[in-house]
Design a protein around this ligand. Structure first.
Ligand SMILES: *Cc1c(COP(=O)(O)O)cnc(C)c1O
Length: 385
């Protein structure tokens, strides 16, 4: 680091940001992300009636039922699709899918850390053939390649580590026996989608759904359900009970999970789904995240020291905005002075290793707070030269 850059970083860290510029809520993380106060109030209010009670009894089963029907409404669930859930978050679902959905060979689009993680699982799985990996550099977007012998196409709707968003369309020429599995962890609930273009649209609730981690949810097509039933009935692989998709399907149909869920996660999730549906559902959420993310991209266009990391405007995420900062200004110092004032989690994905800020613009984050964040960043950058 040059002496000038170091000295500048020190003076950035020492800046004081006027209280009147600060956002009402300073949480801008890309997950875990902001939970609205109203959700926390409901959680506190449920006190003794739900928290600390059995998940095999109506109060908790009703929460699961509200989640399943609320998601069916939000995603206009196509005929025959089911909302299935289980414990372990999206990371667990990769293993569930490697056992219960990939028959022999998957094609993965890999363009960041999260898409790489699922590809790593199917590469290591002894019962599967070497996957077909279509790679693109961080910050850009690869396209699926229709290919025979592939029985699953897998990619993330939004690559949270880079802020690249992908179209959700079945690859050209894809056959009925080729399933499309979409990791929608950071996109689901914040970006419009036609679920009929997918066979498993899966996610965890700590991002656009403003809840806690530890749960996975998958919108499954009839073809995916049938694939899981066939694979798990076969003898070529051992499927641990905890990773059994058919067991999760059976439990979900009864508004249950295989083992004990975190009840607070269910409460916060049910509240957020219903709030979003009341606001106007997925179309509303999509419009809101487009508006808030555009504010940041427009701001970047006005500031010479800021450049969107994703060069292609069409691939820029509307829920995770990644902005590179001129090397002369230390982005960690910027994130750090904001953190000192209660504006948190705008650090970039650690392994990406860029001089960057990353802002989560999920549906719980309103325009007023994004405007305030921009004012705070202007205040800091105007004093960084
Ligand atoms: C956060 C995230 C994950 C990991 O989710 P966990 O619930 O922590 O396992 C996976 N994929 C994407 C795209 C994510 O953003």
């Amino acid at each position: 680091m040059s002496d000038a850059r170091t000295a500048r970083a020190e003076s950035i860290r020492a800046l004081s940001i006027p209280a009147e510029l600060l956002p009402g809520d300073g949480r801008f993380g890309s997950g875990p992300s902001r939970i609205r106060d109203a959700q926390m109030e409901v959680l506190a209010g449920l006190g003794r009636s739900v928290m600390g009670t059995s998940h095999r009894q109506p109060p908790v089963k009703q929460l699961v039922s509200r989640i399943r029907s609320g998601l069916a409404e939000m995603f206009a669930l196509p005929e025959g699709y089911e909302v299935v859930l289980g414990n372990g978050g999206s990371t667990a679902f990769w293993d569930v899918a490697a056992l219960g959905l990939v028959r022999s060979r998957a094609q993965h689009l890999v363009f960041g850390e999260f898409s790489q993680k699922f590809a790593t699982e199917t590469t290591a799985a002894p019962h599967l053939a070497e996957p077909d990996i279509v790679r693109a550099e961080s910050g850009s977007l690869p396209a699926p390649v229709g290919r025979e012998g592939v029985d699953v196409y897998a990619w993330p709707h939004n690559e949270t580590s880079t802020g690249v968003m992908a179209p959700i369309r079945r690859p050209q020429g894809a056959g009925a026996d080729q399933l499309v599995l979409i990791d929608a962890t950071s996109a689901a609930g914040g970006v419009a989608v036609d679920v009929s273009e997918t066979d498993a649209y899966y996610f965890a609730p700590q991002k656009a759904f403003a809840s806690e981690g530890g749960l996975w949810i998958a919108l499954l097509s009839p073809a995916a359900i049938e694939r899981a039933q066939r694979l798990e009935a076969g003898t070529d692989r051992w499927v641990p009970s905890f990773l059994s998709l058919t067991s999760a399907i059976d439990n979900s149909r009864k508004d249950q999970t295989l083992n004990t869920p975190a009840v607070a996660t269910l409460v916060l999730l049910a509240e957020q789904i219903e709030w979003m549906n009341q606001q106007g559902g997925l179309a509303w959420a999509d419009a809101r995240t487009r508006a808030t993310s555009s504010m940041l991209y427009d701001w970047a266009a006005r500031r010479p020291e800021i450049t969107p990391f994703v060069a292609d405007p069409a691939a820029r995420s509307q829920v995770v905005v990644t902005l590179d900062i001129d090397e002369a200004i230390d982005a960690t110092a910027v994130a750090s002075v904001l953190r000192g004032h209660g504006v948190v989690d705008i650090e970039p994905y650690r392994k990406l290793g860029r001089n960057q800020i990353r802002v989560g613009t999920f549906p719980a984050v309103g325009e007023q707070d994004v405007a305030a964040l921009i004012a705070v960043l202007d205040h800091v950058l105007d004093r960084s030269n």
